[in-house]
Design a protein around this ligand. Structure first.
Ligand code: C2E
Ligand code: CA
Ligand code: CA
Length: 750
């Protein structure tokens, strides 16, 4: 826990000192004033701490703490009235009085507050058992209370109904609070339990003090300064400590579906106390019919509960054996079960040559999801991917999660692994929506099959082959499927050659570029985006491949600057109105010397800074935050435009957009092209467009490939567009095509 360390010793010390003071009761001390005012102060402190915690929490936790704070404040009010009677009016407080209303509201508010705390949802038999537990705890506590306080209080005050009701209300409310505390504690998972322990202890201390007070008052023995008063001070101090330490950071997101062992025992503790209380009471007053009935009900509830627990244990055993072979998160087979099934399949293959294949599936960029959106979202994503995998395979195929973001499918009989792989890709080609996030999911897959004549392949060999194929697929630029072949091993060597060739070329500035036109909605040419190009052995290599190579070599900034230098030189010869857009990596922007070099490049050409736009990926800025933001600020002061690239592709957040204040927002092609036939795709595009424009940015739609995309983008209010329909990237010299601008004209006239 990251709680401030001084709080615990300070509160404990104060509580102990106060109890000692009441105990010692030194002569000459105005004990009545000290006691009353201390209680008032402790309650106010508790209320303030709970309020502070409520303000810093959200959702149900906030409501819970707000209720607790209100309850403590109400108690403080009651105490203030009490103080008025005893200290100012100088009379002993009448009973019942308004102060009782204030006192009594506290246990009610605290119990409700405890119940509304976010907790695990219970289902089926667990709910039935919890119901029985509630019953048991209530009866047991009732028995204890009846034997001690409740019974006693019930028999006095026979004179006034109101007085009897109020004095009964104290132990009854305490009973309710204690029940809630026991139940919430017993069903919380371990992390939540640690957070709740102090709150529980505080409410228990207050309840005991309260009942003690009710008992002493009923029997006419209470006087201000009695030791029970220490229970209140200690209780409210603990409440304050609980509030201070109940920070969300102390939460634990353990996915505890199994009931913690202590929860199985907990209901028995009050039961034993209840039985002991019943026995004591009945030995003193054998005719107490309330106690006889209570004891009978308690025994029945215990028997029924025992039966339910037995049934529960049976299904628990089944669940445990299931868990040993299944992944807890996704419910898919785990590595052990997968290996077992694979062994078995290979056995059958050896006997009657039944085909066997393994598909290894790996999520692309899963780490980025975990890092930017957090592990709970990452877990959700894995679960959703698991569901989709299961939906994409045939009935008999085994789907397993081997660990991390790696899944595997075992294809037996005559299933075609490639077809299954395509189906998996098809089921995941867009994004998965989790809460407010829409996360792009890319999968890379490697397939290994066992040849019919091959009878020697082992499980580990076939897994290794699938793994190799999977890495080859990743090298192909992610989102690919590769089938293992012996030549793949050669591919790795080729990869090394390609890497060194790139290093040579990039070092010598041999990075080419292409220009892709950007058109305004009215059909006029707005400018060009420069895109890096590189080819190896006469074939163009996609930037999706050579940029990661460059990054691995530490050449990212070099590539960016090479493109920038070439592009600016070309663009210096363009008509004045045309804008040049270049892509810059976050690493480049994080280089503190970059802005200076950029100014020099612009001065050399010469090229006016206001005609230059730099495009940055928002996701890419996160890693290089502070220095990159400083560079952007400098570029902005030079008059250079800032564009956020691929907005809406995944990690887009409005908060970041507001911080960046870009001049241009380029909307990712996944949004422009729509998610399949989803009708809300357009609405989303329009929403984002409007929002960006409200921030004062110009909006460019990317990936306009068809007339449909074009009219969608125009209808959504985009200011400009870019895409294959309007013009593909063309190596070096830009070409303005009459035909393409005519296309835009037609579309905008629609
Ligand atoms: P980007 O900045 O989003 O660039 C647009 C990409 O979309 C380009 O791919 C372009 O060829 C492609 N594209 C254009 N119109 C269409 C269309 O209608 N449909 C489809 N499907 N695609 C279209 P490219 O050239 O492969 O570049 C990929 C990415 O590489 C770029 O995405 C950019 O993020 C990065 N990149 C390119 N050049 C540089 C550079 O010099 N420096 C840095 N840091 N990154 C660069
Ligand atoms: Ca771009
Ligand atoms: Ca883009």
């Amino acid at each position: 826990m990251r709680t401030r360390l001084w709080v615990l010793p300070a509160t404990t010390g104060t509580a102990v000192a106060f109890a000692a003071l009441l105990w010692a009761h030194p002569d000459g001390l105005p004990i009545q004033a000290v006691d009353n005012v201390s209680q008032l102060a402790a309650a106010l402190f508790g209320a303030a701490a709970a309020m502070m915690r409520a303000r810093r929490s959200a959702g149900r936790l906030r409501t819970s703490w707000a209720l607790t704070a209100a309850g403590a404040a109400s108690w403080a009010l009651g105490q203030a009235i009490w103080c008025y009677y005893e200290l100012i009016a100088g009379i002993s407080s009448p009973f019942p009085s308004l102060s009782d209303a204030g006192y009594l509201l506290f246990p009610v508010a605290a119990a409700v507050g405890m119940v509304v705390r976010p907790s695990r949802a219970l289902t089926g038999r667990a709910r039935a058992r919890t119901g029985l537990d509630v019953l048991l705890v209530v009866i047991s506590l009732f028995a204890v209370s009846w034997a001690t306080v409740l019974g006693e209080v019930f028999h006095v005050h026979a004179d006034s109904m109101l007085a009897r009701a109020v004095s009964l209300a104290y132990p009854a409310a305490d009973l309710a609070v204690l029940t809630v505390v026991v139940l919430v504690l017993s069903h919380a998972d371990s992390g939540e339990r640690a957070r709740l322990a102090w709150l529980g202890a505080s409410l228990a201390s207050l309840a005991v003090a309260d009942s003690g007070f009710a008992y002493l008052t009923a029997t006419g023995r209470y006087h201000t300064g009695d030791l029970v008063d220490a229970g209140w001070v200690a209780g409210f101090l603990m409440l304050a400590f609980a509030a201070i330490s109940d920070a969300p950071g102390n939460a634990n997101n353990a996915r505890g579906n199994l009931t913690p062992p202590s929860a199985l025992l907990l209901p028995y503790v009050p039961s034993i106390a209840g039985i002991v209380a019943a026995l004591c009471r009945l030995s003193l007053a054998p005719g107490d019919s309330v106690m006889v009935v209570t004891a009978a009900v308690m025994v029945c509830a215990l028997v029924v509960r025992q039966a339910v627990v037995l049934l529960d244990n049976r299904s628990l055993m089944a669940r445990i054996s299931h868990q040993a072979l299944h992944d807890v998160l996704t419910g898919l087979a785990n590595r052990a079960l997968f290996a077992d099934r694979l062994d078995h399949a290979l056995e059958l293959h050896r006997r009657d040559m039944r085909p066997v294949a393994v598909i290894l599936v790996d999520l692309d960029d899963f780490k980025a999801v975990n890092d930017t959106l957090g592990h709970p979202i990452g877990d959700d994503l894995l679960m959703r991917v698991g569901e989709r995998l299961r939906a994409a395979v045939r009935r008999g195929d085994t789907v397993a999660r081997l660990g991390g973001d790696e899944f595997a499918v075992l294809v037996e009989d005559d299933g075609d692994p490639l077809e299954i792989a395509e189906r998996i890709l098809g089921s995941l080609d867009n994004t998965i929506g989790i809460g407010e996030h829409s996360i792009p999911v890319g999968l890379s897959m490697g397939i290994a099959r066992v040849a019919p004549e091959d009878s020697a392949t082992t499980a580990s060999e076939i897994l290794r082959q699938a793994d190799l194929a999977m890495y080859a697929a990743k090298r192909d630029g992610k989102g690919h499927v590769r089938v293992y072949a012996d030549t793949l091993a050669l591919g790795e060597a080729a990869d090394l050659d390609r890497r060194s060739a790139f290093a040579l070329d990039a070092g010598a500035g041999r990075i080419a570029m292409a220009f892709q036109p950007i058109f305004r909605a009215d059909g006029t040419l707005h400018g060009y985006e420069a895109l890096a190009r590189w080819s190896y052995l006469g074939e163009a290599v996609s930037p999706g491949i050579f940029l990661p190579i460059a990054s691995g070599l530490g050449y990212t900034t070099l590539v960016d600057e090479t493109v920038l230098r070439h592009a600016v030189r070309d663009a210096a010869g363009w008509p004045d109105a045309l804008v040049l857009s270049v892509n810059l990596d976050g690493k480049t922007l994080a280089d503190p010397a970059f802005a200076g070099r950029l100014s020099a490049i612009l001065a050399d050409a010469p090229f006016e800074p206001r005609r230059l736009v730099v495009e940055v990926l928002e996701s890419n800025l996160i890693e290089h935050d502070e220095p990159a933001m400083a560079t952007l600020a400098r570029l902005r002061s030079l008059g250079i435009g800032i564009a956020v690239d691929d907005f809406g592709a995944g990690y887009a957040s409005l908060a970041r957009l507001q911080v960046l204040q870009p001049d241009i927002v380029k909307i990712d092609r996944s949004l422009v092209q729509g998610q399949g036939d989803r009708p809300d795709g357009t609405a989303l595009l329009r929403g984002i467009t409007e929002l960006a424009r409200q921030l004062g940015a110009t909006v460019i739609a990317e990936g306009v490939e068809t007339q449909g995309h074009l009219s969608t983008a125009i209808a959504a209010g985009c200011d400009a567009m870019q895409g294959y329909l309007l013009g593909r990237p063309v190596l070096a010299e830009p070409v303005v095509s009459e035909r393409l601008s005519a296309t835009v004209d037609r579309a905008s006239a629609m």
